[in-house]
Design a protein around this ligand. Structure first.
Ligand SMILES: O=C(O)CCC(=O)C(=O)O
Ligand SMILES: [Fe+2]
Length: 205
């Protein structure tokens, strides 16, 4: 019974995953398995992947997880105190961007990609609420590779909602989700295959 309900929630893009203060929709099978594998390989080899750098307790930390920042010219982006200049769009990225835009009827001008080599790598609790982002715009997150668990946590009462993001899926987060919720890509001892995640964002120019 619980499994049935879970499956339904996981696959019905009309259901809002959040009980309040935000809207998040999950779309499975945006890309089929063969296309997802091809896109994964092509993103892995065509982009300049760099370790992420962030400040933790006053110290600069370099992550195992790698990132690539893509955007229209002028879309520089500062987070955790590090200013990033964008790499140019590739044909594959533009195709994926079109799909993301179609899902939410919004135009994006930038994309942050994360490469998690194994289950030991994740992303801690945060909101995508950087000052450069248009706060009205949704964020669309697309995943290729290993299935990973993603969780939301309400900033005030700590309510949690979690789901598995499978290869070829999209997760759309609409305003005011970032204002009230944090999210995290949880680490796991189970999943050892790598995963690439893309978050399409609208930077205010
Ligand atoms: O890898 C994920 O699914 C989440 C990535 C994320 O939250 C981000 O890039 O801001
Ligand atoms: Fe995020």
């Amino acid at each position: 019974m619980q499994t049935e309900l879970f499956k339904q929630i996981q696959t019905d893009p009309k259901i809002n995953l959040l009980p309040k203060d935000g809207v998040a929709h999950y779309f499975q099978g945006i890309f089929d398995d063969v296309t997802s594998d091809l896109l994964y390989q092509s993103l892995l080899s065509s982009l300049d992947w760099q370790p992420d750098q962030l400040w933790m307790f006053g110290k600069k930390v370099v992550t195992q997880r790698k990132v690539a920042w893509i955007g229209d010219s002028g879309c520089s982006y500062t987070y955790s105190g590090i200013k990033k200049e964008p790499q140019a769009w590739t044909p594959e990225l533009l195709d994926i961007k079109s799909k993301a835009e179609e899902l939410v009827q919004w135009k994006f001008n930038s994309c942050l990609l994360n490469l998690y080599h194994n289950g030991n790598e994740g992303m801690g609790w945060h909101s995508d609420d950087e000052i450069e982002l248009n706060q009205e715009a949704p964020i669309v997150s697309i995943s290729f590779g290993a299935t990973r668990k993603f969780a939301f946590r309400h900033k005030r009462d700590r309510t949690r909602v979690s789901l598995f993001l499978v290869s070829g899926s999209a997760l759309a987060m609409h305003a005011p989700t970032q204002e009230f919720w944090q999210h995290s890509l949880l680490k796991t001892k189970l999943s050892i295959a790598p995963r690439i995640n893309l978050t399409f964002r609208a930077i205010q120019l």
